[in-house]
Write a protein that binds this ligand. Structure first.
Ligand SMILES: NC(=O)c1ccc[n+]([C@@H]2O[C@H](COP(=O)([O-])OP(=O)(O)OC[C@H]3O[C@@H](n4cnc5c(N)ncnc54)[C@H](OP(=O)(O)O)[C@@H]3O)[C@@H](O)[C@H]2O)c1
Length: 336
């Protein structure tokens, strides 16, 4: 049986797993040369990975106009081709960028920019509507956000988007968007190493889906990263900005995070799951509203991640075991 979820009050059905398309945008940076992509990518491999995901029952794809300064949307649009209407496409707006130099140049929270950005995303994606349109300025002024929410309602009425969301880790900001009738979700960080109880409570109260970014803790929950193993220069994890957690100062993964991954390994890999599949299963066990959107860079990763669908959520007992292990680790390290 297919494992699906509903995007909150919109009624839009998606596979319980979405595919996150940040990494497949390739390299880009900010004006100071800070890498914002995940290093080099092979577009043909990205297209093959998306098509494999479609064949394996994935019907939800998350991208943003700024990923690879437009490149991720172009690759996703090309990969979906005639299958566009079989899937739910989420993208984001709010950032300004220069595709010529692949540089992030700023942000714009005006309703005028919202319309311009949507027109450009529709062109790159090769579609006439976006299913879930998300504000990408996580810390935008909540006082000004009501205008954007109202502008999104107009776009719904015009048939250009079906629903909208704010991509933010702040429940108070998410609540501003939640007041709009066609707000369907919030996109926020959530994984077994980084819980978000207040946001999940808001999702419950406001009937929103919880779309989970960084469900694999940016690769840490796959078990392949080691401390002291440096990352490629164009990879954001090699020079982690302040908000990026788990990769210390860029000299490989943070040992404290790795110790927690090791402690969780047995419970997450029970039932024949790989570690990555166990991390996704924890998210499904955490709430019936969660829709993890792991990133991918290859067909092999697409197959492994989509393979988690058939195995479903962790059981209540396994979820309790995870809590017990993390509690013990917190006591050992004195972490809050
Ligand atoms: N709204 C926002 O501001 C925001 C912020 C972050 C992310 N997002 C969205 O959330 C999506 C996912 O989050 P994320 O990109 O932060 O990280 P993630 O999903 O936690 O980690 C994805 C990375 O882990 C590695 N990986 C994935 N599957 C694997 C597997 N089966 N085996 C081994 N390695 C695997 C890949 O990188 P390597 O192979 O290079 O290790 C991949 O790029 C993004 O693509 C994007 O759509 C949104």
């Amino acid at each position: 049986m297919e494992f699906t979820r509903t995007l909150g009050r919109s009624g839009i059905q998606v596979s319980a797993l979405g595919f996150g398309c940040w990494a497949i945008g390739g390299e880009w940076q900010d004006r100071d040369g800070q890498p914002l992509g995940w290093g080099k990518v092979d577009d043909e491999e990205s297209v093959r990975a998306i098509r494999r995901a479609l064949d394996l029952g994935v019907t939800f794809f998350d991208t943003a106009d700024v990923y690879g300064t437009g490149h991720s949307e172009l690759v996703l649009g090309r990969a979906l081709g005639r299958r566009r209407d079989d899937v739910v496409v989420a993208t984001k707006w709010g950032n300004l960028f220069d595709p010529g130099t692949r540089t992030l140049t700023g942000s714009d929270d005006s309703p005028e920019h919202l319309r311009r950005a949507l027109t450009a995303s529709l062109r790159r994606l090769g579609t006439d509507h976006v299913d879930l349109y998300q504000l990408h300025i996580a810390d935008a002024d909540p006082g000004r956000a009501a205008r954007l929410r109202d502008a999104c309602e107009e776009l719904v009425a015009e048939g250009l988007i079906r629903a909208y969301a704010w991509s933010t880790d702040d429940p108070a900001r998410a609540a501003v968007f939640a007041e709009g009738p066609h707000c369907a979700a919030v996109q926020h960080a959530l994984n077994v190493l980084d819980d978000a109880p207040e946001m999940l409570q808001l999702c419950e109260e406001a009937d929103l889906a919880s779309v989970n970014r960084s469900p694999l803790a940016m690769g840490l929950l796959t078990g392949k990263h080691r401390s002291g193993r440096p990352l490629e220069a164009g990879d954001i994890r090699s020079r982690p900005p302040a908000w990026l957690r788990g990769f210390g100062d860029g000299r490989g993964a943070d040992p404290e995070w790795l110790a927690r991954v090791d402690a969780l390994r047995d419970v997450l890999t029970s039932g024949g799951r790989t570690l990555a599949q166990g991390a996704l299963a924890w998210l499904w066990g955490r709430s019936p509203r969660t829709v993890p959107i792991p990133g991918f860079r290859s067909v092999a990763q697409a197959e492994e991640n989509a393979g988690a669908l058939a195995k479903g959520p962790l059981t209540g007992q396994q979820m309790a075991e995870v809590e017990h292990i993390l509690q013990r680790k917190r006591q050992e390290t004195g972490a809050a």
